[in-house]
Design a protein around this ligand. Structure first.
Ligand code: PHE
Length: 394
């Protein structure tokens, strides 16, 4: 079912070049490769596409179509584009194999749309939006999934723009940025509870995050800031100042459409897809059913290389996502199949061995799951965890 050859923005991608299990510089699993090229952001009837278009509309009307839009840039980029060109330090954790999907030592699946900032500045653009799928090795839960969509925005100002104001270039850009994004939030939501939080990014200074109150928690929906001068200097904009932002489209769409779990965006179930249509922003998602989860615990002595991200990848390889059909007991069963992994016990014994116990919650949106059918999955997970992650089951 996985296409062996894809084409994105004119770039041809062969599966064998992206998934190479025997190559230690490659950590892209099949389940991730199968998401490349789906481009949910380019589907006008999909919540992510509907949201992208609504954001375009805001920028087109507020800035008389000054922003140039890109939504078909290839997600396979160089380490240079993804990290070096946006000043991510050589020892930053985001560069690790635990956090990022590497195609080879010099090539990654972009982990943010910021990977395209420098090349577009060099190409002479001073107002642009880049929308695309981004990839991060991460634990999976209702707001985290290893593939999601971002929209990057960059605006460059020339000296005459801030010189007439009574502020310095940096405060001018920061004020302009916050106004722009607050305006966008009003355009999308009308009223929601939101707050600005100071933060750090290697490529902006000062840096901010915008959080929205959703499902009884503050959820980060975007990062932004005033572009580091070094990036402008290196890309032919020495005398300018700029701002940049990166929006998480799934998280904004969750709030807008009342979608409770990030994995639902990948569903092809008609009962879900038929609820959304092009141009309709305010529609609230109606869940079709709710059933209790079935819990299974797994305990093991961890090895030095063990990480929770690796465990999630194993579970995902066996149990799929909620949105994929899973064959259990010979039947194609569940379309909505949620699982969640949670560390419930963690201790180190006298010999220095550390044990973790994870509780995996399996849940179907269609009916109550039985213990027997989940046992089968659990046994495969136990076997694979042991062989692939080199842990010792207890
Ligand atoms: N790239 C950042 C992220 O993915 C978001 C960001 C974009 C922050 C642009 C500042 C400026 O988290």
């Amino acid at each position: 079912r996985v296409a062996a050859l894809l084409e994105i923005g004119g770039v041809k991608i062969a599966k064998d070049d992206v998934v190479r299990e025997s190559d230690p510089t490659n950590n892209v699993p099949d389940s991730i490769f199968s998401k490349i090229g789906l481009q949910l952001h380019r589907r006008d009837n999909h919540p992510i596409g509907i949201l992208k278009n609504a954001i375009y509309e805001y920028f087109d009307t507020s800035y008389s179509s000054m922003f140039v839009k890109f939504d078909d840039l290839c997600p396979i980029v160089s380490v240079q584009q993804n990290f070096d060109e946006v000043l991510v330090p050589a020892d930053h954790v985001s560069r690790s194999y635990n956090d990022t999907y590497y195609v080879d030592a010099g090539t990654v699946l972009r982990c943010h749309t910021s990977a395209h900032q420098a090349e577009l500045l060099r190409a002479g653009h001073s107002h642009f939006l880049v929308t695309g799928d981004v990839y991060r090795r991460d634990s999976i839960d209702s707001t985290h999934y290893p593939v999601f969509h971002q929209m990057e925005g960059v605006r460059v100002f020339s000296p005459d723009e801030w010189e007439v104001s009574s502020t310095d270039a940096t405060s001018y850009a920061a004020t302009n940025l916050k106004k722009c994004l607050e305006g966008l939030a009003r355009h999308l939501f009308g009223a929601v509870e939101m707050r600005w939080v100071d933060t750090y990014f290697p490529f902006t200074n000062p840096s901010f995050e915008l959080e929205i109150y959703f499902q009884e928690k503050w959820m980060e929906v975007l990062g932004c800031g005033v572009t580091e001068q070094e990036i402008l200097n290196r890309n032919g904009r020495k005398d300018s100042v700029a701002w940049a932002f990166g929006l998480g489209l799934e998280r904004l769409a969750m709030v807008l459409f009342d979608i409770p779990d990030i994995r639902l965006f990948w569903s092809t179930d008609q009962r879900l897809t038929s609820q959304f249509s092009a141009g309709k922003l305010g529609v609230k998602f109606k869940p079709f059913s709710k059933f209790p989860p079935c819990y299974k615990d797994i305990s093991f002595w961890i090895s030095d290389s063990f990480t929770e991200n690796n465990l999630c990848e194993v579970v995902r390889g066996i149990a799929g996502d909620l949105v994929e059909e899973v064959a259990i007991l010979q039947r194609r069963l569940i379309i909505y199949f949620l699982w969640q992994v949670k560390l419930i016990d963690n201790f180190t014994n006298k010999k220095g061995m550390t044990s973790h116990c994870y509780r995996i919650a399996f849940r179907s949106m269609e009916r109550s799951l039985t213990d027997e059918e989940i046992n089968q999955l659990q046994w495969s997970i136990r076997e694979t965890v042991q062989t692939k992650l080199h842990v010792t089951l207890r």
